[in-house]
Write a protein that binds this ligand. Structure first.
Ligand code: COA
Ligand code: MG
Length: 307
């Protein structure tokens, strides 16, 4: 895959909150304009019925063109899966509005991401968009076979793939399961916990942003906050949202606190003051290379803000 170096810095900007907006809902599209989400995912897939596809494509094209300034909020589009006949027409329509990225549902493996990369290259040429600048977020765990093909992402995947998330809802249907959480709790059950861990691990292995899955109980703020905390503890850097009210909770959870930033700055400083040191002590605790990496990650999380 070609490296798109001029854009790599920009591509690394960390997005904390990604709000799904049904692509055929004028009201929700309007409503999301001043929502504080770092990115919107304008949906052409599951939130839009079969009979509304063409309407939604036209609406999103207009919406994207109307919102050409993306400095406060990025605009991404979720297309239909690569194996559906709708995907290419979705892309042909929305690329005219130059979205920041494409959210790809139900990829079977990295091959689907790479095929999307080729389509995007052709459409960028048609639209006069700089090559390689349209990014990809993959929802990598929506089918059973995808779970068994995570290794393909390590064998060479498009540089456009800058974020990976996971989905428990479609996977639940694919597995013939009746629920994805342990009854009476918010804890994911076996196969779904596995999917979450695979997505997180794979994203880290290929150095892209791991994004936590949706929390569907959208009136339960405490439950969402707890899940965000767990996601962040495990290494996710942001989370998908389905309702506007979820966004401030997600933004807060994925923004390092002042104490965390202060600790991180002190860790970086002490390593800079002691060049060549592998292990040091701070506040009576041992610090070594993993802590330095952690500290740098906190500083990146705190500074890579759109607004
Ligand atoms: N994006 C933008 N605005 C949204 C929104 C969203 N995802 N979800 C709700 N809103 C708006 C509503 O239109 C409403 O505004 P209004 O009062 O001006 O009409 C306001 O926020 C409050 O909404 P509320 O009444 O609490 O929710 P609802 O019952 O209208 O909608 C859902 C609930 C789940 C249907 C809705 O949140 C939704 O469509 N979510 C996205 C679903 C989706 O994209 N799924 C695919 C990805 S998993
Ligand atoms: Mg889905």
């Amino acid at each position: 895959m070609p490296a798109y170096s001029p854009y790599e810095e920009e591509a690394r900007m960390i997005l904390r909150s990604w709000l799904f907006v049904p692509g055929d809902s004028e009201r929700k599209l309007e409503k999301s304009r001043d929502n504080p989400a770092d990115a919107l995912i304008l949906d052409l897939e599951d939130a839009v019925s079969d009979t509304r596809q063409e309407v939604a494509r036209a609406m999103l094209q207009d919406y994207l063109k109307d919102r050409a300034d993306r400095s406060r909020q990025q605009l991404w589009v979720r297309i239909n899966p690569m194996d559906s006949p709708l995907a290419v027409d979705d892309l042909a329509a929305v690329m005219q509005g130059s979205p920041d990225g494409i959210c790809l549902p139900k990829p079977s493996s990295a091959a689907d991401v790479n095929r999307l990369d080729h389509y995007l290259g052709a459409l960028e040429a048609r639209e006069g968009i700089p090559q390689g600048t349209t990014r990809i977020l993959a929802i990598a765990t929506e089918t059973a076979d995808a779970l068994l093909r995570f290794g393909t992402y390590l064998d060479g995947v498009s540089k456009r793939l800058t974020a990976m998330t996971w989905g428990a809802e479609d996977l639940m249907a694919a597995m013939g399961a009746t629920t994805n959480r342990i009854p009476g709790s918010d804890t994911y059950d076996g196969p779904f916990a596995l999917a979450r861990s695979l997505a997180l691990t794979t994203a880290r292995a290929i150095d892209i942003q791991p994004v936590g899955g949706v929390y569907t109980d959208f009136r339960n703020d405490d439950g969402l906050a707890a899940e965000c905390a767990g996601d962040r503890r495990n290494g996710f850097v942001g989370k998908l949202a389905i309702h506007p009210n979820q966004v401030p909770i997600i933004n807060a959870a994925f923004t390092p606190t002042d104490e965390e930033v202060d600790w991180a700055r002190r860790v970086v400083a002490i390593f800079e003051e002691n060049p060549g040191a592998g292990a040091l002590s701070l506040d009576g605790k041992m610090l070594d290379m993993p802590h330095l990496k952690q500290a740098r990650d906190v500083i990146a999380l705190a500074s890579d803000r759109l607004h």
